[in-house]
Design a protein around this ligand. Structure first.
Ligand SMILES: N[C@@H](CCC(=O)N[C@@H](CS)C(=O)NCC(=O)O)C(=O)O
Length: 236
């Protein structure tokens, strides 16, 4: 029997091929890990109506037949439950809370630090119609202008590199966070790197950072799916 075709709504830039959301990358990687073909649909900040059927305003949104799931963590849990015969995203029930912790670390520690480095790059890459909303919502969130948030480039980049210390320590001991093979906890963190890679020419990692070889391995995973994706300043 052919695998079903799923739909994944992903945040896109002015160029619809540019898919930069870290949470959408987590969902896309989860689908690839499960070997599930999915049609990925570009979605922009101002297109709230297009995902109104999901009952909320954020992407990723996964549509699997009659089932609609939003939120990357909920999508991963849904895929694990719905497709148990396919490779496990977590490696067993007892590993789920740990993956959830890594996701929380990526969302609450890494993402805010990375945002400060790539904020203006995001602003430049999004559709002109999305810019007013993006500026207003993010300036409200930060309590400062986009330009002020991004002004200390060297300091902001140093903060990201410092925040990566737990990842650096673990990846010195094994090829992936999840062991010999990547799994969902890896994708939670790698999604953050795909976010930066998609919109910004700034490399979050120093050339000799041990995290870089893990990132290279994940760029090559699934036949180079992530490496081939549209990215700022890089040939597609
Ligand atoms: N916790 C959610 C976060 C989803 C989220 O924040 N999505 C962003 C894209 S990265 C979004 O849709 N933003 C729309 C907006 O800011 O209006 C998840 O993990 O999926």
């Amino acid at each position: 029997m052919d695998a079903p075709t799923l739909l994944l709504y992903e945040l896109a830039g002015a160029d619809p091929a540019l898919r930069f959301s870290p949470h959408c990358w987590k969902a896309r990687l989860a689908l690839a890990h499960k070997g599930l073909p999915a049609e990925t649909l570009p979605w922009r900040f101002s297109e709230i109506e297009r995902i109104a059927f999901s009952g909320q305003k954020l992407v990723p949104v996964l549509v699997d037949g009659e089932t609609v799931v939003s939120d990357s963590w909920r999508i991963a849990c849904y895929l694990e439950e719905r497709y148990p015969e396919r490779p496990s995203l977590f490696g067993g029930a007892s590993a789920v809370p740990l993956a959830q912790f890594v996701n929380a670390w990526a969302d609450t520690t890494l993402a805010p630090a990375i945002t400060r480095v790539i904020l203006l790059d995001i602003f430049e890459r999004i559709h002109p119609e999305d810019r007013d909303y993006f500026r207003r919502s993010r300036e409200q969130r930060f309590g400062a202008s986009l330009e002020d948030v991004a002004s200390d480039r060297a300091g902001n980049l140093a903060a990201v590199r410092a925040a990566l210390q737990p990842l650096r320590r673990e990846l010195a001991a094994r090829p992936y966070l999840c062991g010999d093979r990547p799994a969902y906890a890896d994708y939670c963190v790698f999604g953050m790197f795909m976010w930066a890679r998609s919109v910004s020419a700034t490399d979050l990692l120093a050339a000799d950072d041990p995290v870089a070889s893990w990132r290279e391995r994940l760029l090559d995973a699934f036949g180079g799916m992530a490496r081939r994706a549209a990215a700022a300043g890089r040939a597609a």
